[in-house]
Design a binder for this molecule. Structure first.
Ligand code: ZN
Length: 188
């Protein structure tokens, strides 16, 4: 069984730059192949530097603005899958009086599954490109589906980080005073 860091906490200042990170963040950086970020070198950099894809970055900015405008914590459900694991995660955004935001992320559930080459960043890429939703980790290979159900060959295509229509709807249309939990897929 893979050991997974329990919780990671980090914060941004009012300008969207990383103000501090905790030990859980360092553990996460080690566990997910970015050990260079474990020494605090992420501090001072824009948070959006660490979000892949233009639409996911824009959505991140919108969610931060929503948390800041309501002044209430926002809990968002997302997937942070690995090639052999479905990881169901929560991201909590807590606005601070100074205009910064504290982020806390943890895993709600982890399920093992057969290896998925598409999600293996060390795997050489074949021809073509498929969309990968940054929030639900579904793949668009002519329709949005779980990566397990997509027709991915041994030489997976390149990945374009984007946001699917369902997540887009759930994450952008909730009124500010509405439910604080969002994102489509909880554990089975
Ligand atoms: Zn999605």
């Amino acid at each position: 069984m893979t050991s997974v860091p329990a919780t990671a906490v980090y914060a941004i200042d009012p300008d969207g730059r990383i103000a501090w990170t905790d030990d859980g963040f360092a553990d996460l950086a080690h566990a997910y192949g970015s050990p260079h970020l474990a020494d605090g070198s992420a501090v001072g950099r824009p948070l959006t530097d660490f979000v892949a894809g233009e639409r996911p970055r824009a959505l991140q900015r919108e969610l931060i603005a929503r948390a800041q405008s309501t002044g209430a914590p926002l809990d968002l459900r997302y997937r942070c899958d690995a090639p052999e694991m479905r990881r169901h995660a929560i991201l909590r955004l807590e606005p601070r009086p100074d205009g910064g935001v504290v982020f806390t992320t943890w895993f709600e559930a982890i399920e093992e599954r057969p290896y998925q080459s598409l999600l293996d960043t060390d795997r050489p890429r074949g021809a073509g490109e498929v969309g990968l939703c940054a929030w639900c980790n579904r793949v668009d290979d002519g329709g949005w589906r779980e990566v397990d159900d997509a027709a991915i060959t041994a030489n997976p295509p390149r990945v374009a980080h984007t946001v699917c229509e369902v997540c887009e709807l759930l994450l952008t249309t909730r009124p500010a005073g509405g439910p604080t939990r969002s994102g489509p897929y909880g554990p089975a």
